[in-house]
Design a binder for this molecule. Structure first.
Ligand SMILES: NC(=O)c1ccc[n+]([C@@H]2O[C@H](COP(=O)([O-])OP(=O)(O)OC[C@H]3O[C@@H](n4cnc5c(N)ncnc54)[C@H](O)[C@@H]3O)[C@@H](O)[C@H]2O)c1
Length: 350
């Protein structure tokens, strides 16, 4: 039996919105009805002249349409709270781009609104829907890599200096949402320290180094940077048994699983003069490249969104996942303002 299509409106026809439009048009479970942007001409240009999808600059017109069951919002972060609140108040399910909002206080309000109205609130943490990150999550939850000991993430390139947010709020949501997605339930971030710089005088941080202490004594590190002429998108997930290297710029080997690591041997059976050398032993094993499905992340995002609506369940990256990312971002900004001091992460939850 085929489920009825979800009537969808996309809001925002700038850089990212057209990707949602393209994906919605390719998704059987969706009927794209509107593209809304303050600049209606831009929306029309994105849709082209052979479309039945309507363009508008009037958000109320979209929300008044009973055939619209859901909206996907790809506008600047500062507008998310208002647009998401209005959509939820109008009874629409919402998919909203990262970051969910610009503060945890706003995010908590949205989560409560969605819960009370029985509507889906999903955050587009796109990378969580890539086959590579799904695989890392499965490897960690199956215990294959052992205890997570470190995570090291580098996301640098010549990026667009954003007019409204610094590099932490622009790029780090990707790394932080991945961290949130792959870590086992019992491991959570406890504190952060962020060091930022603005060497070109842009008026906001253009590069940032973020350290995140985890509850199992592991440490994660994120480097985000708009000023790097080389593009690097690499994350190393270090475990007590195996280490996974995700290089998103290398389609032939996006994931490499190294059976290598450092073991600490029990000291007891050794004589005191043997201890120093024997305590640490290095395992040098094979590395393998797992086969990954070739599936565009945004297709999976929309499948998850429509699936959550049809099955009346929480999506994988729901409002609370967005809230946890915001807790980290807020702590990181606070730390950066205090010259990189260690700041405790507020426990997110409503
Ligand atoms: N998931 C990802 O990988 C990814 C990638 C890039 C951007 N994003 C996110 O997408 C969002 C948009 O980013 P962007 O780079 O496309 O921004 P952008 O500035 O290129 O486009 C934003 C568009 O929204 C429109 N807009 C602004 N306020 C509006 C309103 N109240 N009603 C209707 N339209 C409005 C603007 O006219 C503009 O066309 C941000 O939250 C950003 O973080 C996500």
């Amino acid at each position: 039996m085929q489920l009825p299509r979800t009537g969808l409106a996309v809001v925002g026809a700038g850089y990212w919105g057209p990707n949602l439009v393209r994906t919605a048009l390719a998704t059987r479970a969706v009927r794209l009805r509107w593209l809304c942007d303050l600049d209606a001409e831009r929306a029309r240009a994105v849709l082209g002249d052979q479309t039945t999808v309507r363009a508008t600059s009037c958000y109320d017109e979209v929300l008044d349409d009973p055939q619209v069951a859901a909206v996907a919002i790809a506008t600047p972060a500062a507008t998310h709270f208002e647009l998401v609140s209005a959509a939820l108040a109008a009874g629409k399910h919402v998919l909203v781009e990262k970051p969910l909002t610009t503060s945890t206080a706003e995010a908590e309000k949205l989560i409560v609104l969605a819960r009370e109205a029985g509507l889906v609130l999903m955050c587009d943490h796109t990378y969580c829907y890539t086959p590579a990150v799904r695989q890392v999550r499965d490897l960690i939850s199956a215990g294959d890599i052992g205890e997570v000991q470190f995570i090291d993430s580098v996301r640098i390139n010549l990026g667009l200096v954003q007019p409204d947010v610094d590099v932490l709020w622009d790029l780090a949501p990707h790394d932080l949402s991945i961290l949130d997605f792959v870590l086992p339930e019992q491991v959570a971030p406890v504190a952060v320290a962020a060091h930022t710089a603005d060497p070109i005088g842009a008026g906001r941080a253009c590069l940032a180094y973020l350290s995140i202490w985890l509850s199992n004594d592991a440490l994660a590190h994120v480097h985000v940077n708009w000023l790097s002429p080389t593009k690097i998108r690499t994350t190393v997930f270090g475990g007590s048994k195996q280490t996974v290297v995700w290089d998103d710029m290398n389609p032939a080997a996006r994931l490499m699983i190294h059976d290598r690591g450092v073991d600490r041997l029990p000291a007891d059976p050794l004589a005191p003069d043997e201890r120093r050398q024997a305590l640490i032993s290095y395992r040098i094993g094979d590395a393998r490249i797992p086969a990954l499905a070739e599936r565009e992340a945004l297709m999976s995002v929309l499948a998850e969104f429509t699936g959550a609506i049809a099955e009346r369940r929480k999506p994988l990256t729901d409002g609370t996942a967005g809230l946890r990312v915001l807790s980290l971002l807020e702590a990181a900004s606070q730390s950066a303002e205090c010259g990189g001091a260690r700041v405790l992460v507020r426990k997110a939850g409503v």
